[in-house]
Design a protein around this ligand. Sequence first.
Ligand code: SF4
Ligand code: SF4
Length: 357
Amino acid sequence: MPSRLTVVVSQGRSPNPKKRALEEQIVAGLLGDRGIDVTIVPHLYDLTAESTGMLCLSGISGDLVFCSWLYPRAARWTLDRQGIRGQEGISLLKSLGESDEDLEEPTAEEDAKHLVIDRLELPSRKIYCLDLRAYDDSEIFQEEIRRIAQESNTSTVELSSWINGNPRPEQMERYLAAEKNGVANGYDNVPGEKTHDEEDPARRWYPVIDFSRCTNCLECIDFCLFGVYGIDAQETILVEQPDNCRQGCPACSRVCPENAIIFPQHKTPTIAGSAEVGGNLKIDLSQLFGAPDPGAPGAEKALEVAARERNEQLLLAGRETVGANVGVPKRDPPGNLEEQPQDELDLLIDSLDALDL
Ligand code: SF4
Ligand code: SF4
């Protein structure tokens, strides 16, 4: 069987004509390419397990290029959560805002970590995730996809007509009329834009775990009081009840010591899955999360903000608030703060506890 590459374009939530045009141009530009199958699905993050779009994705067995309006990490691990698994395909394209400086080699300390991904059994096929926000020119994506097609040497199995071959005219028509079907309206997570619409129940909001960073420390399960997380038969963390997550709440992403929890639609790039922060929290979190207590160091501010956000959600849910120490890890601050005397840290932690938010 000849090698084939499947390209999936995941539509944005936005009716922005520029975005829609880019999607159309990529699809149209690849229609004539032999060896490349193109298909379109609604916005990945909103797809449920039973949706047609997810069934379509589940049927793809060979190498996959997944184009979406998400950071590649967010797309990859959202796919993984739905059982769409594979090895990470390395693209030559950058994601939104990515620079060469983000591609740091892991430190010895990072290498020594026991990551969940090391015990995952991933199929050998590759999944390349391309960020549609990074370039305006569809040719750039088409060229990269053709390069990947040459690199790809796996075979696909025969699948339904929806997946194999190029889109039929009616599929293309459905794609172009997506707004009418309620597939896309609203905003994507471009910084500065609205990130989600609480009035639209079709818009989902849940955490996605990056298992290439997660060490299974289980701090997130202790912290979340809404029953979102669970553990599987191998005692590995999983997002068990995603729709229990509170719309707009990103609190546990601040608590995760490995920056492994992604909210793909959050306006802050590091929470939305950008590559710029490594697992050891190289930068001062206060620059990202604000500073309720100007005297607190970065990691403490992040925990403080997380506790406050959790209390806000408890109140909105009609529940009682909890103390800032409930399920909140007490950890060593990062970087230069390691050198600070322990009694100063104790004071900071005590003052955090005393807030009783
Ligand atoms: S807190 Fe982060 S590293 Fe720890 S189990 Fe949860 S996702 Fe994994
Ligand atoms: S964001 Fe809030 S509600 Fe959602 S899983 Fe995290 S702590 Fe729980």
